[in-house]
Each structure stands twice: as structure tokens, then as C-alpha cells.
Design a protein around this ligand. Structure first.
Ligand code: SLL
Length: 259
């Protein structure tokens, strides 16, 4: 490594978009019979991928190979699984399993040595059962779920590097991420932060878009405005109550003096 490679480039912030989450499929009765544990009802894949999808791909995201900046992804599964700590040292950064239950998966990303970055850890709730509009039963019967197709649960995020080492910055800039499509050309991934997207998420392999990012920013803006309104409403109510309290105190003083 050249000596200036170990110098941090101050003031630079560079990010890489990723998605993490899972896709789950209901096992057919035949597939279940073939398993060592026939109580398993689903097959699933949990993964960390690039946000952009390859054209006409059946998988969510994954257009870019992320191994230029990711050295290892460790998926920590539920303790009911053998060797629950699964280290994946090369792409695709994913684990496929079968099972019967949903649980929290811890995902730890270790970056390439040149980065000098600490590993990051976050969580994904493994989703096996279809998303439902509120009011419908939580978990539909398996046969019904099978007809609805695979379940997708994916989160978009950006890994931000502050003041990167020169060597790492060179690596990053040599690998620009594939941009997301501007607008929707496929179903969009459903997310609980946007419950209205249930219909738009149906009918095939979903894909993230730039439009979704914009809409998310707008939802955050609207929520912020609503909070500010609610805050000032409550402040007004407090001021009013304090005035009432003052008036009552004065009345009480008068009554005490008169007695
Ligand atoms: C639940 N809290 O009760 C969760 C636990 C565990 C999931 C889910 C099978 C593992 C195996 C499996 O699906 N475990 O048999 O290897 O819903």
C-alpha cells in the first residue's frame, strides 16, 4: 500500500446502496416428504445484495457484485438451526434454508481490509407468511399462501463511509453502483412503512426504484409536518391549562383570605 493510501480523505462522504431481506416459498407436499424434517413448510433465502436488479432477473436486487467492498457477511440464524452462525465470504452473500417459523436474523457485514472500517450489524425479521391488508387473517392456510406466490421482504439502505482512506476511496470510485430505474417497470417491494403499496407489490419479482426513494422522502416530510402540528396543538393546550390553573389558584387565595 502506498503511504498516502493510509491517509483519510477528510470531508468526503461516499455511500453504496444495498438491500437486505428475504424471499420465501411454500414447499410442495412432495418437497416436504423429501426433507429430513418434514415439519418444515417453507424454503427461504436471506441475502445482502446491491439495490439494483439485473434486467429480467428473477431475484430482487443483485445486479452488482459487492465483494469489492464487502469481505464477509455473517447471518446469525435461530438456535434451532445447526451451526446458526453462517459466514459467507464470497458472493452471492446469502443463505438458503428450509424451516417452519419466522425469527430475527442478525446480519453482520465485514468490509474489505483496505477500508479500515468496523463491521456493522443490523437485523432482519425473516418473513415467511404473505403480507396481508389489515383485517384479513394474519396467517393464511398453506395452500392459499402457495397460490399467492413467493413472499418478499426487503429493505433498502445505504452504507455511508465518512473520511474514507484514499485506497478504499479508489476502490469505491472504480465500482460505481448500477443506478436504480427511475420509475416502476415491475411490482415494487412491499414495506410496512408504506401499507398502501400492497397492491403495487403483487404479480412478480419486485424491484426498487428511484421513485420509491422520492415517495419515502415525501412520506417522511408529511409525517414531520403532522408531528409539528400535533406538537403546537399540545403546547397550546398546555398554555390554556396553565392559565386555568392560575385563575383557580387566585380564586382559592381569595376564598382563603375571606374565610
Ligand atoms: C417461532 N420464535 O416460534 C419462532 C422460532 C424457529 C424457526 C422460529 C426450524 C429449524 C430446524 C425453524 O424453522 N426454526 O428445524 O432446523 O415461530
Amino acid at each position: 500500500m502506498a503511504s498516502n493510501d493510509r491517509v483519510r480523505v477528510r470531508g468526503v462522504e461516499i455511500h453504496r446502496p444495498i438491500i437486505y431481506g428475504n424471499t420465501a416459498w411454500v414447499l410442495t407436499p412432495k418437497e416436504r416428504e423429501a426433507l429430513p424434517s418434514p415439519d418444515h413448510t417453507h424454503r427461504w433465502t436471506v441475502a445482502v445484495r446491491s439495490a439494483a436488479s439485473a434486467p429480467d432477473s428473477e431475484i430482487v436486487g443483485g445486479a452488482d457484485d459487492l465483494s469489492y467492498f464487502i469481505k464477509r457477511v455473517t447471518f446469525k440464524l435461530h438456535d434451532t438451526y445447526p451451526n446458526p452462525n453462517r459466514n459467507v465470504d464470497k458472493p452471492p452473500f446469502e443463505v438458503s434454508e428450509t424451516g417452519w417459523g419466522e425469527f430475527e436474523i442478525s446480519i453482520r457485514i465485514t468490509f474489505v481490509q483496505e477500508s479500515g472500517e468496523k463491521a456493522i450489524t443490523f437485523y432482519h425479521h425473516l418473513k415467511l407468511h404473505p403480507w396481508t391488508a389489515s383485517g384479513e387473517p394474519e396467517i393464511p392456510p398453506l395452500e392459499a399462501a402457495a397460490k399467492m406466490g413467493p413472499v418478499h421482504s426487503w429493505q433498502y439502505d445505504e452504507i455511508v463511509f465518512h473520511d474514507p482512506y484514499q485506497a478504499f476511496l479508489n476502490i469505491l470510485t472504480a465500482h460505481p453502483p448500477t443506478p436504480l430505474p427511475k420509475t416502476k417497470r415491475r411490482p415494487i417491494p412491499f414495506h410496512t412503512a408504506n401499507p398502501g403499496s400492497l397492491e403495487a407489490s403483487k404479480g412478480g419479482t419486485p424491484e426498487f426504484t428511484q421513485e420509491m426513494e422520492k415517495e419515502e422522502a415525501e412520506r417522511l416530510d408529511t409525517a414531520k409536518q403532522k408531528l409539528a402540528q400535533e406538537h403546537s396543538r399540545l403546547v397550546d393546550a398546555i398554555v390554556k391549562k396553565e392559565k386555568e390553573l392560575d385563575a383557580l389558584k387566585k380564586e382559592l387565595d381569595k376564598a382563603l383570605q375571606a374565610s
